[in-house]
Ligand binder design. Structure first.
Ligand SMILES: [Zn+2]
Length: 311
């Protein structure tokens, strides 16, 4: 089997000011961990290219792209919202993060690779059709899902989101495709945490499972077993795209769930089993949140180890 590892130098050039948790070191510690543990020996390293405008415009409005281009500073910073800031590299970083997910879909749907992991930032799942927010500019995962449907002619794609925050942007962008039966979105998130959405799914074919603050991986495992897996099995996805956030980890200071590395290992095992059964093993995983650097590196390590079958 063959596996792709996609990243790009812009992922470490975009930064939002001193002490911001969504920082370039996130990508660096993951890269270092995967290299140090020999996991990249099992993967082909692929440099991401920028996503093409027509690919982005399946998910976003022309007005959002124009706003990002207009806001992008020549030097210093430009604010998008209280938590989300652009530096001169941010737009290119967002274009290449989306481009990594799109290239991963091309490699996997084209049969060159079976699975891919994109170690890129900024994350994307809060970005709505017409709005950048919550550390996110372009919704890489939603762009990847729509690319698989439109450019590769897939009929059923599942988007799985286990970031601790609800993927409001993915839900908004993909609601019509969920209603049309072409997309199934399953997610877990900490109840009432930022952005406060998710209690009432916007469409059929959306399985949103809020988890109580201070709950552990045990609650997640029950939710996945009882809610996600029957829905995924009934849907029979031809490709699984993962919004892989690691901020539900017990060490993460942006949230209050108690997952550990073994939980990321378990959840990935479940998704690999679904992919083996329905999707010819095909999975594209792209990085979302995760702000405790040590926990992030170790958790991604477990996730990737299972994806590439190196355990
Ligand atoms: Zn998050």
């Amino acid at each position: 089997m063959s596996f792709a590892y996609l990243t790009h130098p812009y992922s470490t050039q975009h930064e939002m000011g001193p002490h911001h948790p969504e920082c370039p070191d996130r990508v660096r510690v993951i890269d270092d961990h995967l290299r140090a543990h020999g996991l990249l020996d099992f993967m082909r390293e692929v440099s991401a290219t920028a996503a093409a405008p027509e690919t982005i415009l399946r998910a976003h409005s022309p007005e959002l792209l124009a706003e990002l281009e207009y806001t992008s500073p020549q030097q210093g910073y430009a604010g998008i919202d209280g938590d989300t800031t652009m530096n001169p590299y941010s737009l290119n970083a967002a274009l290449h993060a989306a481009g990594a997910a799109v290239r991963a879909v091309d490699l996997v749907c084209g049969g060159e690779m079976q699975r891919a992991f994109c170690n890129v930032r900024p994350p994307g799942h809060h970005a709505e059709r017409n709005r950048a927010m919550g550390f996110c500019f372009l919704n890489s995962a939603a762009i990847a899902v729509l690319h698989a449907l439109e450019a590769h002619g897939l009929e059923r794609v599942a988007l799985v989101d286990f970031d601790v925050h609800h993927g409001n942007g993915s839900e908004e962008i993909l609601a019509a495709e969920c209603d049309a039966g072409r997309v199934l979105m399953v997610s877990t998130f900490q109840h009432h945490l930022y952005p406060g959405t998710g209690d009432n799914p916007m469409a059929d074919n959306m399985v949103n499972v809020p988890l109580k603050a201070y709950s552990t991986g045990e609650a997640m495992r029950a939710a996945v077993s009882q809610r996600w897996l029957p829905a995924l099995d009934a849907f029979g996805p031809q490709l699984i795209v993962i919004s892989a956030g690691f901020d539900a980890h017990r060490d993460d200071e942006l949230a209050s769930l108690g997952w550990v590395e073994a939980d990321y290992r378990w959840i990935t095992q479940q998704l690999v089993a679904v992919a083996e059964k329905h999707s010819q093993g095909r999975i594209v995983s792209t990085l979302e949140g995760g702000y405790s650097l040590g926990a992030l590196a170790r958790s991604v390590g477990e996730h990737v180890k299972v994806l590439i079958g190196a355990d």
